[in-house]
Design a protein around this ligand. Structure first.
Ligand code: AMP
Ligand code: MG
Length: 408
């Protein structure tokens, strides 16, 4: 039995990485407004400063800090107000002694001034004359040019997802377009004579097709694009045709079902015939052992033969293909949340276990509550917040043990 030889998850990932080395992720320039949710395909360097000049962060008066020393309620220091800088204006210069210039929040700081006294600590006791009742130190209430973002600084790294902060920086720096990765196109083929669509009657022996929708939802969540999805009967010829078409049209082909060694399991044979390049069949992960990986060099498509069991299919898609795409785009590993096990769990030694968990607030951070489920379950995925990988050299986890949970 070929399935007796299994790769570890790490081995399978490494093979997938090596076999697809020549496959470059396509990139495209897009307008800054269209980048949220996309992954930057290059480092982005600012060629402006934020802010572009020294600005006041309060309403008040620009002064020389040393001229305010000693100021207090009982010992005010007096200034002549020689002008004002409106928010959109260029500031002039502070020249004489004990001079102040009125500023708004965001106004440019005049040359010669090095601090701003808030209006609250001043009183205009005569036209053009103020009393200052609080000393300021040098730089107080000023945001310096480039203090937020410096010219020449790398503001977005390759592989960084464009979110709120990134979109704001692009706007703040006047960067109108950047290079992002195109969403990889995914084809989903769900095999099984027993599968019925939502609009078909559920006659005895048939079940509804979960994988087409669950895998689509996962692909969309991972920033991929669905270019084709359909159910295919357990007919070798039909599967071959479907896979060929899918590989032609997409970057990633997901075939669920038929990945083991049963009578109706054709995925392995079909992938051998089409690609001549099946490099993994069987991965030491639970759930998800009967998983096949192939690379179609001619059509430049990664092909994953996923288990039919819905939870196993979704988990293997995530552990293998999403991880591969993350690495291809230079994106960081997903954040993991530290938690403590709420109860003991057992696992099979020799196979890594992917355990769905709920995260509940505990006395000291989160507690991980296992969501027990067979690999055919789908409800477990909806109930869980995250998953934990139990290493293959362990027989389980103890209550109270520290773990790291990856959000689903
Ligand atoms: P297979 O890998 O084809 O042997 O399928 C394993 C189990 O998963 C069987 O019980 C199938 O009925 C079930 N299964 C396969 N494909 C799907 C699907 N698309 N939706 C729901 N269950 C499925
Ligand atoms: Mg099947």
């Amino acid at each position: 039995m070929e399935l007796l030889h299994t790769d570890t998850l790490e081995e399978a990932r490494e093979k997938l990485w090596k076999e697809t080395r020549e496959m470059d992720m396509k990139t495209r320039k897009v307008k800054a407004q269209e980048t949220p949710g996309r992954i930057s395909a290059s480092d982005v360097v600012s060629d402006e400063n934020i802010p572009p000049f020294d600005r006041s962060v309060v309403d008040g008066y620009a002064v020389r800090a040393r001229e305010t020393y000693g100021a207090g309620e009982a010992s005010p220091v007096f200034f002549r107000v020689t002008g004002q800088v409106r928010i959109e204006e260029a500031a002039g210069t502070l020249s004489g002694c004990q001079e102040a210039v009125r500023l708004q929040t965001g106004s440019m700081i005049p040359d010669g001034a090095d601090a701003v006294v808030m209006s609250e600590y001043t009183e205009e006791y005569a036209p053009g004359r103020i009393a200052c009742i609080r000393a300021v130190s040098e730089g107080e209430n000023i945001i310096r040019a480039g203090e937020d973002v410096r010219r020449g600084e790398c503001i977005i790294r390759r592989g960084q997802k464009i979110g709120v902060g990134e979109a704001g920086m692009l706007a703040g720096l006047g960067i109108r377009e950047i290079q992002v990765y195109l969403r990889p196109s995914v084809a989903i083929l769900s095999t099984g004579d027993e599968l019925a669509g939502g609009d078909e009657p559920l006659t005895a022996g048939r079940i509804r097709d979960i994988n087409t929708s669950a895998l689509s939802a996962a692909a969309l969540e991972y920033g991929m694009e669905i270019c084709l999805s359909r159910r295919v009967r357990d007919e070798e010829r039909e599967i071959r045709q479907a896979v060929e078409e899918a590989a032609e049209k997409s970057d990633i082909v997901l075939i669920s079902g038929g990945s083991s060694k049963g009578d109706k399991d054709f995925t392995k044979r079909v992938l051998e015939e089409i690609t001549g390049n099946v490099f993994t069949h069987g991965i030491a992960v639970r759930p998800g052992k009967p998983t096949i990986l192939a690379y179609d060099r001619e059509r430049r498509a990664v092909i994953a033969g996923l288990p039919g069991h819905p939870m196993a299919a979704v988990i293997m898609f995530r552990l293998l293909i999403r991880d591969w795409y993350r690495r291809k785009t230079g994106s960081p590993e997903p954040l993991k949340i530290p938690a403590v096990m709420k109860e003991n769990v057992s696992s099979n030694q020799g196979r890594a276990t992917c355990l769905p968990v709920r995260l509940v607030p505990g006395a000291d951070g989160y507690e991980a509550v296992p969501v027990y489920a067979k690999s055919g379950s789908i409800s477990a995925l909806a109930k869980a917040d995250a998953f934990i990988m139990i290493p293959r050299n362990r027989e389980g986890l103890r209550k109270g043990e520290k773990v790291k949970a990856e959000l689903l």
